[in-house]
Design a protein around this ligand. Structure first.
Ligand SMILES: Cc1cc2nc3c(=O)[nH]c(=O)nc-3n(C[C@H](O)[C@H](O)[C@H](O)COP(=O)(O)OP(=O)(O)OC[C@H]3O[C@@H](n4cnc5c(N)ncnc54)[C@H](O)[C@@H]3O)c2cc1C
Length: 500
């Protein structure tokens, strides 16, 4: 590779390509960046639900103002995921982003995790807001609005995101060109020298970012990097996707994951529409059956139904010589925890750090270390998802029986054994990866929410019951003046339109 890097070519104009362009230009304004895309290959059009890292990255790392972003996209606040999941006796549990297991309170004689083993309903502010269908905004009277900053994700309209990021990239000096890439030419050591494009155009650069989606045109097609499949541990491989226009119904400020016969269904509320997707295993369900099951629950989504096939897994390396793959071109794990956009930004951030530390001249060892870090994150997501599939008892269909019997917990077996032996205990945190995406709250939510049996669990004492009730009542009081998303949008619109 010719160092220092001066010219970057990005292949793909969807969320991965555009976020790469905006991020690299933000941190390295001196780079010349050309982004190529082809109308022949439409963006995949999913990826609407994010983790809390997405808003944080946009607003704090890229300095994109809330006003600019909201006025372009009007994202819906995502407080967490409502799982219609776990034991059949309980309709749902909430996986919230406000770290409920770390709440500190004088009112409790034990940590919140202890009580959550018995009853996790409404265990945090976000959980209460989710059940109320309210946004993380409080109206403190006299025009005084408080935004809860416990960390929330977004639901975003992907078309609007792509339009917004395209404009943003152009305004920052990124050149965007419609041009199909056909092939690439390598030098003796395996670096890409030139991209061969339609009409015999050849494009040179020091660094090539492959954001071509599942095709992985450069990382897989040209560099022939090894793919590590997760399909022996995660069995879904298809999705039926559709949406309907919002009528007058309330906006849900969370993603819902509902157990289905051969997988699960998402509901993602955007400001003007609601998107639904049935993620299923084609080994247990035909496409026609999946569509039927999907339409029984969502009859209004008939016009725009489509099927997406996917492979859960990751490439052994996302960065090979002068090729970096971001987004679906580098890996994909089925979307139950909405980790696609998260991994785009995690990967980009690690690339930014490596380029900063090496003054745009990364060594082979630095690239290896960055590959290892990102590989571990993908593997953690896969492990974490196995917890969801192994222990969901809502339905007893052939698919779910297969999940119970065949899901390999991998690195999480020890953690599950410890929980089933001793319940919520501090030693669990020793068994969670150091750079965990989900952290202790994610793991405990899944263990307590799905009500995994705990050997040592005794009936809850009366005084503990009372403490837990009082504690939750005090949290409820703290969000009494919350607003629903419609009200919150109106207030923000009015506020921003009053600023000259
Ligand atoms: C069923 C499903 C649900 C998902 N849900 C979520 C979710 O809720 N949250 C989340 O964070 N993630 C989700 N994801 C992941 C999501 O798809 C990605 O986060 C995101 O869309 C990234 O897409 P991409 O940019 O990698 O690729 P794509 O959207 O596929 O874009 C590829 C780009 O490459 C261009 N291209 C390809 N080949 C060429 C060529 N030869 N020449 C020129 N241009 C080319 C195309 O024109 C296009 O612009 C989901 C994925 C699936 C499959």
């Amino acid at each position: 590779m010719n160092y220092p890097i001066k010219k970057v070519v990005i292949l793909g104009k969807s969320s991965a390509g555009l976020l790469s362009a905006v991020t690299l230009k933000h941190f390295f304004p001196q780079l010349q960046i050309l982004l190529l895309y082809s109308h022949k290959y439409a963006p995949i059009g999913v990826g609407e639900s994010t983790t809390a890292w997405f808003p944080q990255f946009l607003h704090e790392y890229l300095n994109i103002s809330h006003q600019e972003f909201y006025q372009a996209i009007w994202p819906v606040w995502k407080l967490g995921i409502k799982f219609e999941w776990g034991v059949p006796e309980i309709s749902h549990f909430n996986y919230t982003f406000d770290q409920p297991f770390r709440y500190d309170s004088q009112d409790l004689s034990k940590t919140p995790g202890f009580y959550c083993m018995y009853d996790m309903q409404q265990a945090s502010r976000y959980s209460i807001l989710m059940d109320k269908l309210h946004a993380p905004l409080l109206d403190n009277g006299q025009g005084n609005i408080k935004i809860l900053t416990d960390g929330f994700g977004y639901h975003i309209d992907i078309d609007k995101l792509i339009n917004y990021l395209s404009q943003k990239a152009i305004s920052m000096g990124v050149q965007i060109q419609q041009m199909e890439v056909l092939d690439a030419e390598l030098d003796q050591v395996g670096n890409i020298k030139l991209l061969h494009c339609e009409q015999d155009v050849k494009v040179a650069a020091n660094l090539f970012i492959d954001c071509s989606g599942f095709k992985s045109q450069l990382l897989n097609g040209v560099c022939q990097t090894k793919f590590i499949p997760y399909n022996h541990r995660l069995f879904c491989d298809s999705a039926i996707v559709g949406s309907c226009q919002r009528q007058t119904n309330p906006i849900h400020p969370f993603t819902t994951a509902t157990t289905m016969k051969s997988g699960w269904r998402w509901r993602i509320d955007l400001k003007d529409k609601i998107s639904f997707g049935y993620v299923y295993s084609s080994s247990f369900c035909s496409q026609d059956t999946a569509i039927q099951e999907y339409l029984q629950l969502t009859p209004n989504t008939t016009d725009n139904l489509r099927k997406i096939s996917f492979k859960s897994g990751r490439y052994q390396k996302f960065w090979v010589n002068n090729v970096i793959a971001i987004g679906n071109a580098s890996g994909f794990v089925e979307p139950l925890e909405s980790t696609g956009q998260h991994m785009i930004l995690e990967t980009l951030w690690r690339v930014v750090l490596a380029l900063q530390d090496s003054e745009l001249s990364p060594s082979g060892k630095l690239i290896d270390a960055t590959n290892d870090y990102i590989g571990d994150l993908w593997d953690e997501i896969c492990d974490f998802l196995t917890l969801h599939f192994k222990f969901n008892r809502q339905l007893n269909t052939p698919f779910w029986q297969h999940c119970h019997n065949e899901t390999d917990l991998g690195n999480l077996q020890n953690l599950v054994d410890l929980y089933q032996d001793s319940g919520v205990c501090r030693a669990i945190s020793h068994l969670i990866p150091k750079s965990s995406i989900f952290e202790i709250d994610g793991y405990l939510t899944l263990l307590c929410g799905q009500k995994l049996p705990v050997k040592s669990l005794q009936p809850l004492l009366e005084n503990n019951k009372l403490e837990w009730m009082n504690y939750r009542q005090s949290i409820q009081k703290s969000v009494l003046t919350s607003l629903n998303p419609h009200q919150a949008f109106q207030i923000l619109e009015k506020f921003w339109s009053s600023i000259p």
